[in-house]
Design a protein around this ligand. Sequence first.
Ligand SMILES: Cc1ncc(COP(=O)(O)O)c(C=O)c1O
Length: 379
Amino acid sequence: MGFATDAIHVGQEPDPATGAIVAPIYQTSTYINEEVGKNKGYDYARTNHPNRKALERTVAKLEGGKSAYVFTSGMAAIDAVFRPLRPGDHVVLSEAVYGGVYRLSTQLLVHFGIEFSFVDTSEPALVMSALRPNTKMLYIESPTNPTMRLTDIAVMAGLANDRRAMLVVDNTFLSPYLQRPFEFGAHIVVHSMTKYLNGHSDSTGGAVILNRSDDAERIYFLQRSAGAGLAPMDCFLISRGLKTLAVRMLQHNANGQAVARHLDAHPKVKKVFYPGLSSHPQHDIARKQQKGPGAMISFDVGSLEAARSFLHNVKLCSLAESLGGVETLISLPGLMTHASMPKEVRERIGITDGLVRLSVGIEDVDDIIADLDQALLQA
Ligand SMILES: Cc1ncc(COP(=O)(O)O)c(C=O)c1O
């Protein structure tokens, strides 16, 4: 079946007990045993529950993985991917990763003896020189948040395989509708489902998708032992959101391209970072591994003052963290999502004070552009 059909039907079967077209929310913490050791497949909601199992089936199918495990947030999912590492293990990460991943690795996991190197993974030579005999994982975001730099997933998979290391790809910015990292050799895919997968800004969630059964066992062990598995109501909301993923992504992608072209020609905008523009340094990689450029754009308005004034004056676009919802969200990474990065690191990787990040929603694109224009005029 095609992607849109799978999104609506896999894991989204009617309830066999009542025939309800939408399966109910199993808002219960425990399940009765018919006798000791005999139940209907569920015993306790931390370990598993029907809404989680259903969502995990849908997400695994859409990403093209064998299994998926869902967590209370994207960060909980990413934490679960790092946890099986041991003291002395080394990880190479994209230097412009989401600020929360930077914080988790440099301020928490480093105390457990895990070593981290941040490099520009869009340059394979830099990745090669960062690899060590103890490198166990390559962790990339493509596109990166918020600099929109791309990494060639197939090249990274080759480097990881040579070292018997894992390649983990954060696919949050594109969703499996626009990019499927397993097709290019990734070993693990992670998502903040808070973003496009749910798409309606009314829940947080994260997913780890796997294609090897030994990795899956480790992640399931962590999910049920550490207890950060996603609750029934949130699973229900994200399952509902996923039904429209294909149509939402089509519109996000179309609106993203129109807004990026408009900003690129705007006299008040210094530079636009968007993989769909032919001026983007990795435009060719976008064409190779992405089905479309998506709806995440960052652009430089020149200074912190101009950015503040612009953000103050938008009316339709909402000044908020997060992305991937139906509504257009706008933010200032240097002071918001990436505030936990030291200023010199931010500057080195291109997160300037005037860099604005835009998550283009699916409102009428003319309305989005008109709002950006009137705010830019005052910047
Ligand atoms: C690319 C990316 N990965 C992971 C996360 C973390 O997800 P969550 O906020 O659901 O924990 C975010 C959050 O913004 C993100 O942008």
